[in-house]
Ligand binder design. Structure first.
Ligand SMILES: Cc1cc2nc3c(=O)[nH]c(=O)nc-3n(C[C@H](O)[C@H](O)[C@H](O)COP(=O)(O)O)c2cc1C
Length: 179
């Protein structure tokens, strides 16, 4: 099975989660991990059997051009303690999913967000999942959120949870782990 993980990330947290998800999937099948702004992301996704898409939660949902501009301003604020990713801001998963001409049969969605009740924070993964399903894909597992600590990095244990979620996606897609 061909698996592609496409992520959007302003400050690197969602990138780290994407890489950990691929690590968790590795015993089941190798996964290609691509930033949404890499030129090969669309072709790779269109050729995959399973597409996993993740992004940061902005203003309770998927990012928009304005929220990504807002993220760029966070870098100027020393109190935020963030560094912009090399490919950010660029486009986000919202716009990118709209460019897909072919959708893989299977999908899963994830996001990063602040560590608050979901009703307060919102979560990008819900709308990501809905967009993929609307395009005709079938999600194999409920969407997952990975949360940030107060210092702006991921809470301890979230990358391990991302690896475990990656393995669960592999199993839910009907794959069997190799020894
Ligand atoms: C403009 C902006 C708006 C945000 N709005 C929300 C929000 O509504 N809910 C939330 O949980 N986090 C919000 N955040 C925090 C982001 O979710 C957080 O920066 C992101 O998960 C970090 O992932 P990244 O390092 O991959 O960009 C916001 C961040 C920015 C820059």
């Amino acid at each position: 099975m061909s698996i592609v993980v496409v992520f959007e990330s302003m400050f690197g947290n969602t990138r780290q989660v994407a890489l950990s998800i691929a690590e968790g999937l590795a015993p089941y099948a190798p996964a290609v991990v691509l930033n949404v702004n890499e030129s090969g992301a669309r072709a790779a996704a269109e050729g995959a059997d399973l597409l996993i898409v993740g992004g940061p939660t902005h203003v309770h949902g998927m990012s928009r051009p304005k929220s990504r501009e807002g993220a760029r301003d966070w870098e100027k604020d020393a109190a935020k303690n963030v560094t912009l990713e090399p490919l950010a801001p660029g486009i986000g998963v919202r716009e990118w999913m709209g460019t897909l001409e072919k959708i893989p049969a299977l999908c899963a969605a994830f996001d990063t967000r602040v560590n608050m009740a979901r009703i307060v924070s919102g979560a990008a993964s819900g709308p990501i999942e809905r967009a993929l399903v609307k395009h005709g894909s079938r999600n194999v597992l409920p969407a997952a959120s990975f949360v940030l600590a107060k210092d702006g990095g991921l809470e301890e244990g979230e990358l391990a949870r991302a690896r475990a979620w990656g393995a669960s996606v592999g199993e839910a897609a009907g794959l069997v782990a190799r020894d």
